[in-house]
Ligand binder design. Structure first.
Ligand code: PRP
Ligand code: MN
Ligand code: MG
Length: 182
């Protein structure tokens, strides 16, 4: 296959920058949840990288569960329609839950997910996201841990896809215009 690097315009956040920020967030989570049993809920598929890298930086043992929801399909803009493709295995009753996401764009996915998980009787539900696009917000979502606020450019890598590709880039970058196909 062709080198993914040929499809990129520029690197927005390097692997080193992402890792350094995750060190800080993991230390905050360790402090905030000291002495409690934490359940990390990763949102497939985009959150796979941040879930793996964040969880490995925590000093206490956590449980991990996964939910698959989709609002984007193959396009580059949010439809606002959220579907559950795979539900959690865990019972959330009385649990301290931390949702782990790659990016908050319009906020529609997470605001829906927050309401859904809060209806299941957890002790607490908070959010950790690697990226957030403040200028793209259609709904405000109260987020406890944010890696980086970024501009509204379409970004890929570190779990984020364009038509299911580029998720395996170890950094976050913007796509070159020729990739959008014209
Ligand atoms: C992307 C991303 C977030 C969501 C953010 O997921 O991973 O989950 O969109 O967008 P929003 O704030 O506008 O709702 P997507 O639906 O593309 O599924 P994926 O994680 O499988 O790529
Ligand atoms: Mn996602
Ligand atoms: Mg996607």
């Amino acid at each position: 296959p062709a080198d993914m690097g040929d499809d990129l315009e520029r690197v927005l956040l390097s692997e080193e920058q992402l890792g350094a920020r995750l060190d800080e967030i993991a230390a905050q989570i360790d402090a905030d949840y000291a002495g409690r049993d934490l359940l990390l809920v990763g949102v497939l598929k985009g959150a796979v990288m941040v879930m793996a890298d964040l969880s490995r930086r925590l000093h206490s043992s956590v449980e991990m569960d996964w939910m698959a929801v989709s609002s984007y399909g193959a396009g580059t803009t949010s439809s606002g329609v959220v579907r559950i493709l795979k539900d959690l295995d865990a019972d959330l009753t009385g649990r301290d839950v931390l949702i782990v996401e790659d990016i908050i764009d319009s906020g529609l996915t997470l605001s829906w997910l927050l309401a859904n998980l809060r209806s299941r009787g957890p002790a607490s539900v908070e959010i950790a996201t690697m990226l957030r696009k403040p200028e793209a917000a259609k709904v405000e979502v109260d987020v406890r841990y944010v890696g980086f606020d970024i501009p509204t450019d379409f970004v890929v890598g570190y779990g984020l896809d364009y038509a299911e590709k580029y998720r395996n880039l170890p950094f976050v970058g913007t796509l070159a215009p020729h990739v959008y196909g014209d």
